[in-house]
Design a protein around this ligand. Structure first.
Ligand SMILES: [Zn+2]
Length: 228
């Protein structure tokens, strides 16, 4: 057990390791396990943290196809390495910004489409809520159907309805990797579905990670997210 955040070897200030399982001294590189009773470490490059996720995804099978492999790469990087929704968002944008896919809009990309989507979902936004991403879900719909992701929720809409799922209410992520680009439904409902964020499936994985990280940040009661 560690009694303080000082290195017992050299007195340096300890830092949390990337996988949040150990404390590391940046000066002498000593490693400490904060609690002996903690769950065993997991393979952060290939697995999800069993402390945070109940994993029903067949990860080996997903990795057999490039899109599934890319999706996982984006998702795992966000939830295992970056561990903060803000950092995960930066990573997700770095992928999206390289794309020329005109169905995806952000503050900096396809701005007319972005603005029309923001207007479409304005009724469910809270004051100060930040809209990050719009994904048009119909090739000819030109902003009439789609999905919007904000710092508070995921919103999907069609001609008649607007559906809002706050991140703090996210309990599960269902992954459909049967199409060319994987899509994700939240809380086992097709109403809350997003996917095909450009041709790089890492972006879809990254945004799935962003949503999970927000879910944990905004819902302290949340124990584990189910991956189905
Ligand atoms: Zn030290």
């Amino acid at each position: 057990m560690i009694q303080s955040n000082e290195c017992s070897n050299c007195g340096g200030k300890l830092e949390l390791s990337k996988d949040r399982r150990k404390l590391i001294c940046p000066f002498c590189m000593s490693e400490f396990v904060p609690m002996e009773t903690e769950k065993p470490a997991f393979d952060t490059e290939n697995e999800v943290d069993p402390a945070f996720y109940k994993c029903g995804w067949n990860l080996d099978k997903l990795r057999e196809k490039k899109n599934g492999k890319d999706f996982l790469k984006g998702f795992l990087h966000c939830v295992n390495d970056l561990c903060s929704p803000q950092k995960a968002l930066e990573y997700a944008f770095s992928i999206i910004d390289k794309e020329t896919f005109n169905e995806v809009a952000t503050e900096n990309k396809n701005r007319d489409l972005f603005q029309s989507a923001k207007d479409r979902v304005s009724s469910v936004l809270e004051p100060g809520e930040t809209v990050f991403l719009y994904k048009n879900s119909g090739v000819f719909s030109k902003g009439k159907e789609g999905c919007v992701i904000t710092d508070k929720r995921t919103i999907t809409f069609d001609k008649k309805n607007v559906y809002s799922l706050p991140h703090k209410e996210v309990e599960s992520l269902s992954l459909d990797s049967s199409l060319d680009s994987p899509s994700v439904s939240m809380n086992k409902s097709y109403k809350y579905r997003f996917g095909m964020l450009g041709y790089d499936s890492r972006a879809t994985g990254a945004f799935a990670g962003v949503i999970c990280l927000y879910a944990f940040e905004q819902n302290p009661e949340l124990k584990r997210i189910e991956l189905v």
